[in-house]
Ligand binder design. Structure first.
Ligand code: T3D
Length: 283
């Protein structure tokens, strides 16, 4: 796994200016992967190099059979400020095709996060703006530093929310709040986001990585296939009728009930000990 990147992160002095700062850092913590967006001087906003490095890091974690959860955070004082607008600062008639970049980078990223073969946690360490806010909301569990905030910055530059924001925000915050947050582009504090149910928890800044790490560790020791099926079932409930959803639950429960993790879970309960779950669907 990215040894140059790890070495550079650990020993920046040795590399000096000779090597470009890696836009994504990736490391393994026990059974889970930690990925850090690493363009702090631009609040970890996305350029194409960062998209490509993140895609590689996610695919590397997916292919690793020992990886059972993912933790994503940002370096420096921000989580992610969305698209790097210095790549969009064009004048005259030479306008970028944003549909093309969204189709190439942002939409695949959201779909990848939503379909990771293990649970995902986002530790929002600071401001999450534009696509950065909506990328955070694509994770299974979002924990944010109390000083962080979420800004649907799009209307300030005459765009609509992308990266799934028009889908996730009304579902999480409700339609009225989604309309005001996106049209006014006002910052939503981490504490307000928690009390509205947009994120799981706001925690003290200094406790963020410890708290997110604890959650990741619990998930990484959990029944991976069942946890992924919980995500899928909750997502499919957004569009299913009750009847279709009951049928979905029946089908999935039938599969999970035949798997080793269920047998181990019940056995551990009967033996009054912690369960040792082992299965993970191939990525
Ligand atoms: O383009 C496509 O492909 C379509 C897809 C679009 C997806 C999108 O995400 S569109 C939305 C893009 N993002 C934004 O509009 C957010 C822009 N940033 C901000 O509004 C503010 O920076 C923040 C509210 C996030 C934070 O404000 P503040 O006051 O804490 O920090 P700052 O001073 O504005 O930013 C610090 C530095 O980061 C600054 O650079 P400097 O002056 O120190 O050299 C600033 O220019 C830079 N920075 C922040 N955000 C971006 C950025 N540079 C490039 N692109 C950014 N998005």
């Amino acid at each position: 796994m990215g040894s140059d990147r790890e070495a550079q992160a650990a020993l920046p002095g040795l590399f000096g200016d000779a090597m470009e700062e890696a836009p994504i850092l990736s490391s393994t913590q026990g059974k889970y992967r930690v990925i850090t967006l690493n363009r702090p001087q631009r609040l970890n906003s996305f350029n194409e190099a960062m998209h490509a490095a993140l895609r590689d890091a996610l695919s590397d974690a997916t292919r690793d059979p020992n990886c059972r959860a993912l933790l994503v955070t940002g370096a420096g004082r921000g989580f992610c400020a969305g698209q790097d607008l210095s790549d969009r600062n064009v004048s005259g008639g030479n306008r970028p095709d944003l549909g093309q970049t969204i189709g190439t980078f942002y939409n695949p990223l959201i779909k990848t996060i939503k379909s990771m073969p293990f649970p995902t946690v986002c530790a929002v360490n600071g401001v999450a703006a534009g696509a950065g806010a909506n990328i955070a909301l694509a994770f299974d569990i979002v924990v944010a530093a109390r000083s962080a905030n979420f800004i649907q910055a799009f209307s300030k530059i005459a765009l609509i929310p992308d990266s799934g924001g028009t889908w996730s925000l009304p579902r999480l915050a409700g339609a009225a709040r989604a309309r005001a947050l996106t049209m006014l582009a006002e910052p939503l504090s981490a504490e307000q986001a928690e009390s509205w149910g947009v994120i799981w928890k706001a925690v003290d800044d200094t406790a963020l990585m410890t708290e997110a790490g604890k959650i990741c560790e619990q998930l990484a020791n959990g029944p991976t296939a069942a946890l992924v099926e919980i995500r899928r079932a909750l997502d499919s409930a957004e569009t299913n009728t009750l009847e279709a959803q009951l049928e979905h639950e029946r089908t999935v429960q039938s599969q999970l009930g035949a798997a080793d993790d269920y047998a181990e879970g019940v056995k551990a309960f009967m033996e009054k000990r912690a369960a040792h779950f082992s299965t993970r669907k191939a990525g």
